[in-house]
Design a protein around this ligand. Structure first.
Ligand code: NAP
Length: 338
């Protein structure tokens, strides 16, 4: 256990204050130890994975930060076509995708190149290019801080939704994810219907296979998203808003070119990036070192010494403009730790 550890270097946005207490956990016993420590001192505990989707308050975290480092990836045949892959919550997400594609398993290849850890994937049910992690998850192993015990939650108990899950609810926040199991297929179908992917394969004339699709996605992401080795970023800052069909029709009347996709239950999903690009021309706008990335309006970046306060003020300004002009509320995808 360390005290007063700056969290800047533990998040990809590279802003924010310090953790009062800081633990690294490589096993469930070490998770239990950190939870007991927080319990004894009656301070809150926050689990940090890769720090790629969180922004820490400038005032820091007056409690325990538990950095999840449980390792390991294991493969086990379930039936003729299904392999169960169990990964420790501290494994880098993309290392897991690379390993599964390397074994010719289908299911999570479209999630190539997403930063962060395996343990963070179920929390916001990470999704990209028409695939969500929750679709392949068989179970999630958690340490229940309230009951002081380890248990497994089946897929249905995880309540996966669009960038949502049980783990974002107040009850779910009492669970520390320690391992995740995925059921992947030996013979699957590739999902290549997103425009960027289709364009990649027609431009390169490559055959779409598990490994070429992974390469395509990594290349597309690198061309649009900042490398957090060079610039502070937390990826997409806002979710795509989901609105009713009548609200979508009204939006189309004001903005005929707006990009809208059908969503579940007859709803409509609006491209948040389109709204920010066309309603406010936000790309490249800076307030000090807090900026909107030049190549993607949904991505906020820290160009040096931005504070969390400055990043959040810029995000609020963007969301307020969209709300004033369209009535649509942009929800943050990034988790704020305060
Ligand atoms: P994009 O390809 O420029 O598309 C913009 C938005 O339109 C996306 O957010 C996507 O929604 C939606 N979209 C595009 N084609 C679609 C289709 N055929 N059917 C339904 N919806 C469609 O997106 P981008 O910003 O470069 O991001 C690429 C992918 O990475 C997207 O899927 C995005 O969601 C994902 N991503 C996820 C995270 C995360 O989970 N934290 C962070 C960054 C990016 P969806 O968002 O529903 O896919």
């Amino acid at each position: 256990m360390q005290e007063n550890v700056s969290l800047k270097e533990y998040t990809t946005m590279k802003t924010g204050g310090s953790a009062r207490y800081f633990f690294c956990a490589k096993s469930i016993d070490e998770v239990r130890e950190a939870a007991a420590f927080a319990n004894e001192r009656a301070v809150p505990l926050f689990v940090l994975g890769g720090g790629s989707n969180v922004i820490i308050s400038d005032d820091g975290w007056n409690g325990v930060v538990l950095r999840m480092e449980i390792p390991g990836i294991a493969f086990e045949d379930v039936d003729a076509d299904t392999v169960r892959v169990v990964a420790g919550a501290g494994v880098q997400w993309d290392a897991l995708v690379r390993a599964t594609v390397g074994k010719s398993l289908y299911g999570i290849e479209n999630l190539s190149g997403i930063p962060g850890t395996v343990g963070a994937a179920p929390v916001q049910n990470i999704g990209a290019y028409g695939v969500e992690a929750g679709e392949s998850i068989a179970w999630v192993e958690v340490f229940d801080m309230e009951k002081d015990e380890n248990c497994r939650m089946g897929k249905d108990e995880c309540l996966f939704g669009y960038r949502e899950s049980f783990f974002k609810t107040p009850q779910g926040r009492k669970m520390i994810i320690t391992r995740v199991a995925f059921d992947l297929k030996k013979n699957g179908a590739l999902k290549t219907d997103y425009k960027d992917i289709g364009e990649y394969f027609s431009r390169t004339q490559k055959e779409a296979t598990l490994s070429s699709l992974r390469e395509a996605i990594i290349e597309i992401r690198a061309s649009k998203l900042p490398d957090h080795g060079n610039m502070g970023t937390a990826g997409s800052f806002f979710k795509n808003p989901v609105i009713s069909e009548s609200e979508a029709l009204q939006l189309k009347r004001s903005y005929p070119d707006v990009v809208v996709f059908p969503a579940n239950n007859g709803l409509a999903k609006v491209s948040a990036a389109w709204l920010l690009d066309h309603i406010g021309q936000w790309r490249g706008v800076c307030r000090g070192d807090a900026c909107v990335y030049e190549r993607h309006a949904l991505v906020l970046v820290n160009k040096g010494n931005a504070t969390t306060g400055e990043i959040l003020a810029l995000a609020d300004e963007m969301a307020q403009m969209v709300k004033t002009k369209t009535g649509i509320v942009l929800e943050r995808e990034v988790q704020i730790v305060a």
